[in-house]
Write a protein that binds this ligand. Sequence first.
Ligand SMILES: O=C(O)C(=O)C[C@]1(C(=O)O)C=C[C@@H](O)C=C1
Length: 277
Amino acid sequence: MSNPPPAPPSLADLRKEIDAIDEQVHQLLMNRADIIDRLIKVKKTQEVGSAFRPAREADMMRRLVQRHRGILPLDTVEGIWRVIVSTFTYVQAPFSVHADVSVGESAMRDSARFHFGFVVPYVAHFSAQAAVEAVARSKGDLALVSTTSGHTPWWITLEPAGAPKIIARMPFIQRADHPAALPVFAVSRVADDALVLEVETWSIRVSGWNAQVSRALSPLADVIAVPDTAFDGAALLVSIEAPSHLDSIKAALIAAGASVRSTALVGGHAKRYTVPS
Ligand SMILES: O=C(O)C(=O)C[C@]1(C(=O)O)C=C[C@@H](O)C=C1
């Protein structure tokens, strides 16, 4: 005779298991905080201004996605880790997020809260220029601006040495129906060795800008263009990823009939990582 199947666990038993896991998760977070406390001294965060290390974060988010499985939504896991990592960034050196809400208040606020949580102060600005200028006046604050639209060439503020730079593009993990899908550049001052240039962002000023020149560039790079009617030209923010290169962009501009008046590297970010649907 076979034994009767074991009785299913009671609700109280399952809740005991959940309590034990919650305690472990909480304990592990406190252990993580202790490590951050030691890391502050090693990293000399206070001297540089910002503790944000976008390349490290992009890598952490990629690994998170790659090992994730099961019924827990990836959106939830990514959101939890964004709050953990950005809170520990804040704990090392407090900063504010200055967001350009001219591209849509709710989408920008969702992006700021998803990526930086509620502990990091959020400051709304009515233009990208104002957000970037607030960062330029600060020691380690960070601006969020759209990667796709520009009413003014705010990136010119980033040209001088010592000015803040584009340091990240978020979301770090792209996928269909991302809960904070608005593509944004993060602009901040970071240590030179923290700048990642897998994709370079260049400020390029051109003369002879027109639709044909714009079409010639679009297969080679992502471009935001602000036409400058006084000079028949434009201020461009061009995101360049290998195999494209600044020289190939310049050559394409010239071949299409434009001339290049100036170029300046204004930052960079990790390669875009897309989760297949
Ligand atoms: O690795 C670092 O440099 C850290 O400061 C730690 C940490 C984290 O909490 O994991 C926090 C901020 C950085 O942007 C990256 C990672």
